[in-house]
Structures are given as C-alpha cells and as structure tokens.
Ligand binder design. Sequence first.
Ligand SMILES: [Zn+2]
Length: 336
Amino acid sequence: MIEPASLTKQVPVVHPDVFQLLVCPRDKQDLKCEGRHLVCEQGHRYAVIEGIPILLVSDVQQTHIEGTRALAVAESGDASTLANFKLGQNDIDPFVQGTIGATNGGLYQHLVGTLTEYPIPLLRLPPGENRWFLEIGCNWGRWCIAAARSGYRAIGIDPSLKSIRAANRVTKQLGIEATYIVADGRYLPFRDQSLDQVFSYSVLQHLSQANTLATLSEIRRTLLDGGNALVQLPNVYGIRCLYHQIRRGFREPRDFEVRYWKPAELLAAFEARIGPAKLTVDGFFSLNVQPNDLRMLLPRYRAIVHASEALRRLSVKLPILTKVADSLYVTSQRIE
Ligand SMILES: [Zn+2]
C-alpha cells in the first residue's frame, strides 16, 4: 500500500480515500503515481488527464467509441482538443444540453438545448450513511449526484472522457462531492471487496450478454460481503419493449442497440454471478421514467410517468405486474 500523505500531493483531483480503492484494471495490483501516469507493479501505465485517471484496458475492444477516443487522448497526453466550458452559477452545462435526449431517453428529446435545471433522478436506495457507491456508466453524473445528496461517497465510471469531464463540471457547479474516473465495467479498477453499493442504469442494456456477464462478475469481486448491486435492465416482455422488438423484426441486436432480457434470465445471471437476486419494477411504457423530472416533461409524457408510477406502486401488491413492466431493477447481494 502507498502512504496516503504522499498521494495528496501527487493526485490533485482523486480524493486520497478513493485512491486507496484503486487498482490496475488488468491485474488488480496496487497503483502508484509516476508523473502524469498511474503505474502498477507489472508496469501497466495509465494516463491522468486533467486529474482524471484513464483506467481503460487499451488492448481489448472498447464497448463504446468514446472509450477509443479517451484512449487516444490518454496516448497523446493532450487534452487541448477537448472543448472547454466555464459555467456560471445558473448555466446548464453545454454537454448536458446537447446530450440530454440521448442520455435520459426519448421523453427528454424536447429538452435538448432548452434545459433550465439538471434532471436529478430519485435513487431508490436507503440513505448512504457515508458508504461507498459505484455507478457503472455514469455519463454526466445524474445518479452519482443523487447518491451523494443521499449521503453516499459516490464514484462514477464511464468510458467517455467527455462525459466524465461534464460530470466533474456539473457536480462541482452544484457544490457536491463525487469522484469520476474513465473506466470500463468489465475491468473495474477497484480492490476486491471494497464497495458497499454498485449501481447501473440504462447502461448494461447496450452491452452484449457476454460483456454484461463479465461486468456482473466484476461487481461481485468488488462488493464487500453483504454489499448490494442495483441494476436496471429492460424486460423482453415489457409492453413498450415488445413494440420496439416488433419494429426491429425480432432480429439480434447490433452494436449499441438495446438488449432485452427475460426476467428469469436476469435472475439466473445475477444469482450465478453475484448472489441472491430479486426483481422489482422501475417503470412501464418507457425505459427511463423519473417522477423527479415531471415538471420538465411535456404533458403527454407526464401522463406516461403518472400511469407508470401507479402501476409500479400496484406491482408491490401484485408482483405479477413485474412480468410485463418495461424497466426492471435487479437487486442482488454478495453473501460469502
Ligand atoms: Zn497492471
């Protein structure tokens, strides 16, 4: 282990408590600082760009084009090609303004370029009480911000350096503390049994089944005994999901297209890779129903959120509704 006192001087952005959790994503060995790189005992080197560690594995196929782009910036050590934004107190980050339709889903399309506040979702977890929270695929940080506000020590990873820079800007602007790192869920750069809660929303649906299963194994490795995963994934039998599959002609999904899971497959995958699992409803008729964002939505979309919330509450008493919900949460606990 490296002495934390020496780290505070060398790693200005990653908090020393977070640095203690970090390891090489390839072999899980300790990392130490060497100039603008983090280096493991096996000699694997990872660039730190503007204080952000780029802990991607460069010799495997990336899950997202932005991972390849982040590696190119890491290789050149030059971040000057990336856009720079200075935010005033009431500004909305231009990255969020531009990507809100893609990051939050179809209900948010009309908000592209017109956001006046950040849509921060309701995190369906108990208060954090200073426990570690890792989000896989955090994009501009909406769930990490929710987690930090709920008392978690939040860490977000994403293969996109652009997203991580935006997450840093927005989180700082809101006066919140969270740590963001460029990394890949299949190769988590965290120590064995170091995290209390792992979370992922609207992310694993874009990965192949093999990549999702690899990510679940990494989640188990990094969870403390008794730690929990909460992961949202789409249901193959959801009403809206069926409609999308019909439009796609039920062919195999390609590239970044959504993968739908059977509820029984989800339970089996999580139980085999992490531990005892259960399904609950996130929502109906959409893959991103956020009651916190009601006031920002168009009236017809508000109606979808209200209907979805009514059915979600009903599903607590009528679990059979889980079978036809579009968006499901899987809760899974690591037990020794
Ligand atoms: Zn290594």
